[in-house]
Design a protein around this ligand. Structure first.
Ligand SMILES: *[C@@H]1O[C@H](CO)[C@@H](O)[C@H](O)[C@H]1NC(C)=O
Ligand SMILES: *[C@@H]1O[C@H](CO)[C@@H](O)[C@H](O)[C@H]1NC(C)=O
Ligand SMILES: *[C@@H]1O[C@H](CO)[C@@H](O)[C@H](O)[C@H]1NC(C)=O
Ligand SMILES: *[C@@H]1O[C@H](CO)[C@@H](O)[C@H](O)[C@H]1NC(C)=O
Length: 414
């Protein structure tokens, strides 16, 4: 552990043309009858908003399309627990209506917008603001940015801003539901979905990355495992032998980063959920902590993956070698070992062959998914996939790359 912590200190923060934002993990226990059965988790990184910079922790969420932060005007408990954005303190804010038009000083009738997440909702106002990822800007860069914004933001933003900063449309929320915003430490969300997920393409943060519309995510199992977001490219040293398996995006996913699943295998045996006329899709979602499977197929998945422990075995399912779950994405098989999708705590079940005995079993932790707009069979590749693969999101070539992470020691000696 100590070695890992030391190694991550010497990893470069800047690589050429690529900006890396370290992410930290927060876990919240999920209890059933007083016992911790699993954890909800969130990975967040730092952004600096406006000038002088105001610091926030945000979740970089490939499954949503907007940047949302709590505003100073929000009095809800979910906002009061967090850092709140003060518009009056920023020299670079440009208030906007929903259609992009300027807000006049006397307009009380400012448009408001609501954004829904799978677990919550926010309501707020729009503005344009400068957002710097991972680090604030130098004093000289700040002077250049100030003269650009005070002259009406004329000319391309890319020329005026440091490469890790974007001039983005942001929703400053004055109402936020307590789920998930109260339970976690992060203040807001930076959506990294494709442009169709946003109310307007101008909201799309990915297209604003100056180098190229690419980002990459690696989520470590625990803090100190080098969780990071890379923006403007990816770091090929983070994957074994520099090899990424590219899979093209499916065309009909309304702005989600999604790929077609052709077949599903449980330890090599086909599970017939993706056979038949309705195609299977998987949304690759950095903002979801579980593996999602179509609700109609949940029982099949649980039955096929349930794993019986010996009655006297160590009672931790992460140590049980249950079946591998493999998703065939065409030319690439994405494979999860049971330790990445099992609930840690065994459950008790009657052994079918043995009337009275109660046997410990391991079960998958799966999120039932219903997204009829995308189709009948939608999966979500959340944290269990993103802790297993270094994942590259390429909006330009419309593809996703999966690579086996290099161990941290390999990265050090490159
Ligand atoms: C909106 O405000 C900016 C900065 O004050 C100004 O440069 C721009 O021309 C305005 N746009 C419209 C459509 O009024
Ligand atoms: C994926 O796994 C299945 C089942 O083990 C196998 O039949 C298939 O050839 C594999 N495909 C690739 C591309 O590795
Ligand atoms: C999965 O397959 C491998 C090799 O065929 C076998 O050794 C292992 O016991 C199987 N695991 C389960 C959980 O069925
Ligand atoms: C039934 O359960 C008992 C108690 O756990 C155990 O001793 C016995 O071996 C089991 N029998 C079978 C057939 O699994």
């Amino acid at each position: 552990m100590a070695l890992k912590a030391w190694i991550s200190l010497v990893l470069p923060v800047f690589c050429t043309g690529l900006f890396v934002v370290p992410l930290s993990k927060q876990q919240i226990p999920v209890k059933v009858r007083g016992q911790i059965v699993s954890h909800k988790s969130a990975y967040s990184g730092t952004v600096y908003v406006g000038l002088p910079p105001q610091k926030f922790a945000v979740v970089f969420d490939s499954g949503s399309g907007h940047i949302c932060l709590p505003s100073a005007g929000c009095q809800a408990e979910s906002c009061m627990k967090h850092r709140r954005y003060r518009a009056a303190a920023s020299a670079t804010i440009l208030k906007l209506n929903h259609d992009g038009s300027n807000v006049t000083d006397d307009s009380d009738e400012r448009d408001r917008v609501s954004v829904s997440y799978s677990t919550g909702e926010i309501l707020g106002d729009f503005a344009k603001e400068i957002i710097c990822l991972g680090a604030s800007m130098s004093d000289s860069a700040a002077r250049d940015v100030l003269s650009w914004t005070s002259a009406g933001r004329k000319g391309p933003a890319a020329g005026a801003l440091p490469e890790h900063c974007i001039d983005a449309r942001v929703i400053f929320a004055d109402e936020m539901t307590s789920e998930p915003f109260s339970s976690f430490d992060f203040d807001g969300v930076m959506g990294l979905g494709l442009s169709d997920l946003a109310l307007h393409p101008d909201f799309n943060a990915v297209s604003l990355f100056s180098q190229s519309p690419i980002f990459a995510v690696f989520l470590g199992q625990s803090d100190g495992d080098g969780s990071e977001l890379a923006v403007g490219g990816f770091d090929s040293r983070r994957v074994q032998d520099g090899v990424l398996h590219w899979v093209e995006l499916a065309s009909s996913c309304s702005g989600y980063w999604c790929v077609r699943i052709h077949h599903v295998y449980v330890n090599g045996t086909s599970l017939d959920v993706c056979e038949g006329p309705d195609p299977c899709f998987a949304i690759v979602d950095t903002g979801t902590s579980m593996l999602g499977v179509p609700r109609a197929a949940l029982a099949d998945f649980l039955a096929a993956t349930t794993w019986r422990l010996a009655p006297d075995s160590a009672q931790d399912c992460r140590l049980a070698h249950g079946p591998d779950l493999t998703f065939n994405l065409g030319s690439f098989n994405l494979s999860l070992e049971s330790e990445s999708y099992f609930r840690p705590l065994p459950m008790r079940s009657k052994a079918p062959s043995n009337g009275s005995a109660v046997m410990p079993i391991c079960r998958a932790s799966l999120l039932p998914v219903e997204m009829p707009l995308l189709g009948k069979k939608v999966f979500i590749f959340g944290e269990p996939v993103l802790t297993r693969y270094y994942t590259v999101f390429d909006a330009g070539q419309r593809q996703i790359g999966f690579g086996v992470p290099a161990s941290q020691v390999e990265v050090l000696f490159l």
